[in-house]
Design a protein around this ligand. Structure first.
Ligand SMILES: [Zn+2]
Length: 222
């Protein structure tokens, strides 16, 4: 017997009304909620028990209101789990279901990057200039999904100074504009370290020399 399928049955049936796995699956819907975690957290699918997930997708049983946090691949494989678009229309095609899960994941990340900025804005709102700067960056982040390096650095610094928690790796740094990239070269090793988490693997590779020549003797993290 398929281990993955057996594990999923064992976990799902007790939380469902129906006694058969196929009918039980039809009771479940994707809620639209996605949870992300720090890199070093162990994240397991509550359905198939697969480890090392980067995200949890929440499914809810519409009959008894129970919830499970599962991997996106389980939702895609078990296509009786209902996935709807933002208007509530059920999606049946694999690609459509997959895009919707991706969209929900991106929405979640954007929300998680914006929330610390909102908190920061509330901290600094007495300071008009700074508040306007934060607001500008929040709008840019919402629109583009990324910030130029100097802006990202200033936002991270302000949050750090005020003890506001943020996950650097969820942010993206925009290096498409040349004069913004030039600003990277003027940054101190400490500043570079602060924004390094927001670099993609590709960006890190491309700007590797920057991090190497600027290294100040401390061993890099990890
Ligand atoms: Zn799973």
């Amino acid at each position: 017997m398929n281990h993955w399928l057996e594990t999923s049955k064992r976990n799902l049936i007790p939380l469902s009304i129906a006694g058969s796995f196929e009918d039980a699956l039809s009771e479940w819907i994707f809620t639209g909620n996605v949870l992300s975690y720090e890199d070093d957290e162990e994240v397991q699918c509550q359905l198939c028990e697969h480890l090392d997930l980067a995200y949890h997708f929440e499914i809810n049983n519409k009959l008894n209101n129970k919830t499970l946090l599962v991997g996106s691949s389980c939702i895609l494989r078990f296509d009786r789990i209902l996935v709807s678009d933002k208007n509530g229309n059920a999606l049946y095609a694999y690609e459509q279901r997959k895009s919707r899960l991706d969209e929900a994941r991106k929405d979640q990340i954007r929300e998680q990057t914006l929330e610390p900025l909102r908190l920061l804005w509330r901290h600094v709102k007495q300071d008009e200039n700074l508040a306007a700067h934060i607001e500008r960056n929040a709008k840019l982040l919402k629109k583009e999904g990324s910030l130029p390096p100097a802006d990202l650095l200033s936002v991270f610094k302000e949050m750090k100074m005020r003890g506001i928690n943020y996950q650097a790796h969820l942010y993206k740094v925009n290096l498409r504009v040349y004069y913004e990239v030039l600003k990277l070269e003027k940054m101190s090793p400490d500043d570079l370290r602060l924004i390094k988490g927001a670099f993609s693997t590709q960006q890190l590779k491309r700007y590797q020399s920057l991090f190497e020549t600027k290294r100040d003797g401390n061993s890099p993290r990890k």
